[in-house]
Write a protein that binds this ligand. Structure first.
Ligand SMILES: [Zn+2]
Length: 407
């Protein structure tokens, strides 16, 4: 069902896209995905999912990229038609030569600019390391300007197992891990439906979903992927943009809190009293006025002296829509999220906050961690511990979305 790369199976041929309208073919039965969980199954059409393409490394002049392999690898031209070499990679550097061709170790291949890529495929049972991280599937090296991108082509279920292993801790309950698997699979498919013409679908960071290949794929992630294999969420017969974040702090955020999220009913925000076990359910930070002043001045948001900052509007559940920056030379409004990013999302945990000036400091009291849109990961664990299964948990956080099994 997934891709298997051999010299007789050009990679281009296996990159067929999943066709969504096939879902209308019909849901004619239910499968027991696990004990007590019934999920409608799409039947009557074989659904093929192409490999997920994840950006896992970037080589630049200042940042080298090294590849290693367990066993031999075949190097194909980017169109997968020609085997350029069969080699072993041992911390082999990737670079561009003067003619802007990709160089792996000492060997360069003069490729036409339009197909300036090579695909590295391990022999059966082997795998490839990018830096110290081991990846399943194969690695494409694609030239972009003066740098080379390393892109992991990975089968969907291996990818889902890897994401669950990185996005949730092992101690989370089984229903929460399964909820995460469905959300990760659906988010990937939604993204893939929009990236066909690009060279990769997802990053391996929180900008998309955290993924560290086989190096950080654990048995609890594999179990969650296997138990929910092929289960996805759809809304209006399209893959749901299944956003999620760590802790909502009491109410998930409406989609308007996130530029990339479409404003649809399943992302409108729901109450959640299940994430209280999160260390960021409530938090307080203090920042000096001069620190905030400097961050705002650098971004060009304030001139003169910073006098105060006020929350001017909130949306569902206290998520801050806008703040007003009161300066000696005038006032300015920016979004709550823009303000959070200026201070740093690592220490300013969410855009659900209030702010108070106390002498030379701002005291910020907040709720939750992350953008807050979609599933609350700590809340999913809380709901699972209250006896809910993954279909019920998904139903709580994405109201109106359908949970179906497509393969
Ligand atoms: Zn929550």
């Amino acid at each position: 069902m997934y891709f298997e790369v051999t010299s007789r199976t050009p990679i281009r041929r296996i990159l067929f896209a999943l066709v969504l309208p096939v879902m209308a073919v019909g849901i004619i039965s239910c499968a027991t995905v696990e004990r007590r969980v019934q999920v409608p199954v799409l039947k009557g059409m074989r659904v093929h999912i192409r490999p997920v393409r994840v950006l896992v490394g970037t080589q630049t002049r200042s940042k080298p990229l090294y590849l290693s392999s367990s066993g031999k690898v075949k190097v194909y031209s980017g169109d997968a038609k020609t085997i350029l070499a069969t080699i072993t990679l041992e911390r082999t550097p990737v670079s561009l030569n003067r003619r802007k061709s990709i160089v792996v170790g000492q060997t360069s291949w003069d490729l036409p600019a339009a197909t300036a890529a090579v695909i590295i495929v391990p022999e059966k049972g082997g795998s490839i390391f990018v830096g110290d991280t081991r990846y399943p599937g194969c690695i494409a090296l694609v030239k972009r300007g003066e740098s080379v991108l390393a892109i992991n082509y990975v089968a969907m279920e291996d990818y889902v197992a890897g994401v669950v292993s990185c996005e949730m801790p092992r101690r989370f309950c089984r229903p929460a891990l399964e909820t995460q698997a469905v959300a990760a699979r659906t988010y990937a498919l939604w993204t893939m439906s929009r990236t066909r013409l690009l060279v990769y679908d997802l990053r391996n960071t929180q900008a998309s979903q955290v993924y560290r290949g086989l190096t950080r794929t654990y048995s609890f992630g594999r179990d969650a992927a296997r138990k929910t294999a092929g289960v996805v969420m759809v809304y209006d017969w399209k893959f749901l943009p299944a956003f999620y974040s760590s802790t909502c702090g009491g109410h998930t955020a409406p989609a308007s809190q996130l530029d990339s999220a479409p404003r649809i009913a399943p992302l409108s925000g729901v109450e959640c009293i299940y994430c209280q076990a999160s260390p960021r359910y409530r938090w307080v930070i203090t920042i000096t006025v001069s620190e905030v002043e400097e961050a705002l001045a650098q971004a060009g948001y304030v001139s003169g002296k910073l006098k105060d900052i006020k929350v001017t509007s909130t949306v569902g559940g206290g998520w801050v829509d806008t703040v007003e920056i009161v300066g000696s030379d005038g006032n300015r409004r920016i979004s709550g999220n823009a303000f959070r990013r200026l201070i740093g999302t690592g220490k300013f945990y969410s855009a659900n906050f209030n702010i108070r000036k106390a002498e030379d400091k701002f005291v910020i009291r907040g709720r939750g961690f992350g953008h807050g849109v979609g599933m609350c990961q700590y809340g999913a664990d809380g709901l699972g511990r209250r006896g809910r299964n993954f279909v019920e948990i998904l139903g709580h956080y994405y109201p109106g979305a359908k949970v179906i099994k497509i393969y």
